[in-house]
Design a protein around this ligand. Structure first.
Ligand code: PEP
Ligand code: MN
Length: 360
């Protein structure tokens, strides 16, 4: 933190602010800049020191405070050498291969869920998704089948050896949803529901944390920090598109945020091309772009007859389309990993066991 005093600040006031910083546990160094005193305070804070900043700001002899630290710690890449890998069913999120989580937006009936699970499992999905409790924008829209949906999802997933990923909306339902799910989804609308974040942070099940439609990357990572702070560090971040001025798609897939989040944290990052696109004709391109940007996997809305899906049909793809996307995504992911291993410019590498040079 940089505390810049006004040029005429009296020594007594500088010492008072210095004492405040020392009490907060900072190492303080004093320098002079342009005739004014500057206090350089060093400390790694887990949360922004709002109280301290407002106390410093109350001094009439203060020019300004610049806080350059990150407001999260446990999820930061600085806190861990290796990347986090999270077991999900037969797969590992953040491992060497991309993971695919597929299924309907909302669970509606047993038969279509069975059909979906059969195809997505043979196409390489490791988990079945589907909402039993839905965070709908309109209160008049279908709210989900509740516990009946959870039971259906678990039964069908078990038949195909798939894991279950489903959303939990409410602190009062965390225990119930945890008893059916292998991964607890916190939806975009709940990314800053702090009580919910703390509650899923006390569970033993991994958490899929979606980015809110208007959250910046730091806010998203702070939400992850709330979960980690309670003891649960098995968190997968999910970029699902943010709200911009663009109307051609439902949201705007922030491909940069995938690369940025992977660099700022040690957590796996996946993408949801369905809610980003809003239209099924763009889901393939967004899926592949996300994988090319380094995403560790995809969560995609899939239905055997998308036009009959009870919710989000316009962005839901068919089981055949899913299989085709998964196949290409795996190839792109191999290329990305090979490129990462080779440093910048895989083309200069001479040993080429996977024959990647031929693909380039
Ligand atoms: C969903 O996955 O069905 C969903 C509601 O997603 P989001 O929270 O990203 O809108
Ligand atoms: Mn949906």
């Amino acid at each position: 933190m940089i505390v810049l005093m006004k040029p005429a600040a009296p020594r007594s006031e500088i010492e008072r602010l210095r004492a405040m910083l020392l009490t907060a546990g900072c190492d303080v160094r004093e320098i002079e800049s342009g005739g004014a005193c500057v206090l350089l305070a060093e400390k790694f804070w887990a949360e922004p020191p709002t109280d301290l900043i407002s106390q410093l700001n109350a001094s009439e002899h203060l020019e300004r405070v610049v806080y350059a630290g990150k407001p999260y710690k446990l999820v930061s890449s600085a806190s861990r050498q290796e990347r986090t890998r999270i077991v999900l069913g037969q797969c590992e999120v953040g491992g060497s291969d991309p993971v695919f989580i597929a299924g309907p937006c909302t669970i509606s009936d047993y038969d279509s869920l069975m059909e979906t699970a059969a195809v997505v499992s043979s196409a390489g999905a490791c988990a079945l998704r589907g909402g039993a409790y839905k965070a709908t924008t309109s209160p008049y829209s279908f709210q989900g089948l509740g516990i009946e949906g959870l039971e259906m999802l678990r039964q069908v997933a078990d038949k195909f050896g798939l894991a279950v990923v489903t959303e939990v909306l409410d602190t009062r339902r965390v225990e119930q949803v945890s008893s059916y799910a292998d991964m607890l989804q916190v939806g975009a609308r709940n990314m800053q529901n702090l009580d919910l974040l703390r509650e899923v942070g006390r569970q033993t099940k991994p958490v899929l944390l979606k980015r809110a439609m208007s959250a910046n990357v730091d806010e998203w990572l702070c939400a992850a920090e709330y979960i980690a702070k309670e003891g649960n560090e098995a968190i997968v971040l999910c970029e699902r598109g943010i709200r911009t001025f663009e109307r051609a798609t439902r949201n705007t897939l922030d491909v940069s945020a995938i690369a940025v989040a992977k660099s700022l944290t040690h957590l796996p990052v996946i993408a949801d091309p369905s809610h980003a696109a809003g239209y099924r004709r763009y889901v393939r391109q967004l899926s592949l772009a996300a994988i090319a940007a380094g995403a560790d996997g995809l969560i995609i809305e899939v239905h055997p007859r998308p036009e009959q899906a009870i919710k989000d049909g316009a962005q839901t793809i068919s089981t055949d389309e899913f299989a085709a996307i998964a196949e290409t995504a795996k190839q792109i992911s191999r290329l990305v990993r090979w490129d990462e291993m080779s440093g910048s410019g895989g083309r200069t590498r001479t040993d080429d066991p996977a024959g990647m040079n031929r693909m380039l």
